[in-house]
Design a protein around this ligand. Structure first.
Ligand code: NAD
Length: 297
């Protein structure tokens, strides 16, 4: 019997637990504050920041949104960043990617106060993660680790193949899972667009994590019997369902579920976990900055 991993359910438990910590912080006069910064008017990015703001409201985090004109010079974005760095009510913030073409996203990341970098993308936080001393684990890989914990997926000694080497999913996922640490200790193979014989690498894995943005790239023929399959991909494809589109992952769910011992659906798998872990990092940031210890789920 294949387990369908319920990301919505696990995320909801994490949010409930965070709610209690947020109340503790608020009672100590330190309600966590999260800001989102959006430069330009990309519709998908607007949807993402709206969701993040709604999540804040639901759990009692003070949400602030900052819009920057898409045609403004980089300095205007840098000013917004400096203001957020200096604002004591903001414990964490993020600049929604993608930024307009004339903006250097790496420079943007370097200007964010690492203590407020709740995405975990500042070079200092990347370095700390690699060194095994993470301050903020990036939300998607952290969420996947939490799913493993919730579903008793053993990573110690497991062969894990990751498809995709992005800075936000593949690379930090590999770094987390190869650490000598609880919820890690895996042997990790990272595949990407230049990998030869991808199927051989996925078929030899106990756990396959797919984050490449190629719709239904991985099917049952590329999996071993009983593999755990984590589908990070989210693509919109046209559909005749009234909405005009549906969300599809990087794994061919219907065939893969026949072979997997456990698999995440799209939607309702990794996505809600990513959102929950942003709230987690915000609570952690507030707890550290305000020196008010709280339980983290
Ligand atoms: P990206 O788009 O930045 O990079 C894609 C990676 O996949 C690259 O490393 C590339 O080398 C690799 N790749 C591309 N084609 C490949 C192929 N045919 N074989 C092997 N590797 C291949 O990646 P990203 O930002 O990590 O996003 C990946 C997907 O995950 C997207 O669909 C994105 O929307 C989704 N995503 C979902 C969440 C979530 O919370 N569920 C979070 C982040 C990203």
């Amino acid at each position: 019997m294949t387990t369908i991993i319920d990301g919505d359910g696990v995320a909801s438990e994490i949010r409930d637990a965070l709610g209690e910590s947020i109340e503790t912080l608020a009672e100590a006069g330190a309600r966590p504050g999260l800001a989102t910064v959006l430069m330009g008017d990309d519709p998908a990015s607007q949807t993402y920041v709206n969701m993040k703001q709604r999540d804040c409201e639901e759990v009692g985090i003070e949400g602030v949104h900052v819009d920057v004109d898409g045609d403004a010079p980089a300095e205007e974005l840098y000013e917004a960043i400096e203001e957020l760095n200096a604002d004591p009510a903001i414990h964490g913030y993020l600049v929604q990617d993608p930024v307009p073409e004339h903006i250097d996203y790496r420079e943007v990341l370097r200007r964010i106060d690492p203590a407020k970098d709740v995405d975990g993308f500042h070079p200092e936080n990347v370095g700390r993660l690699v060194a095994g001393d993470a301050r903020f684990k990036p939300c998607t890989p952290h969420g996947i680790q939490k799913l493993f914990e919730a579903y008793d997926v053993e990573t110690e000694g497991a062969d894990v193949t990751i498809v995709g080497r992005s800075d936000i999913v593949g690379k930090p996922m590999a770094n987390l899972l190869m650490q000598k640490a609880e919820g890690a200790n895996a042997t990790v193979t990272v595949c990407h667009s230049r990998t030869t014989d991808l199927a051989e690498k996925t078929r030899s894995a106990d756990v396959v994590i797919v984050a490449c943005g190629v719709t239904e790239l991985v099917d049952a023929s590329m999996l071993s019997e009983g593999a755990v399959v984590i589908d990070v991909g989210i693509s919109r494809v046209e559909a005749d369902n009234g909405k005009g589109y549906e969300l599809v992952g990087d794994v061919e769910f219907e065939s893969a579920r026949e072979k997997a011992s456990a698999i995440t659906p799209v939607p309702g798998g990794v996505g809600p976990m990513t959102r929950a872990m942003l709230l987690y990092n915000t609570v952690k940031a507030a707890s550290i900055t305000e020196d008010v210890p709280v339980e983290l789920p």
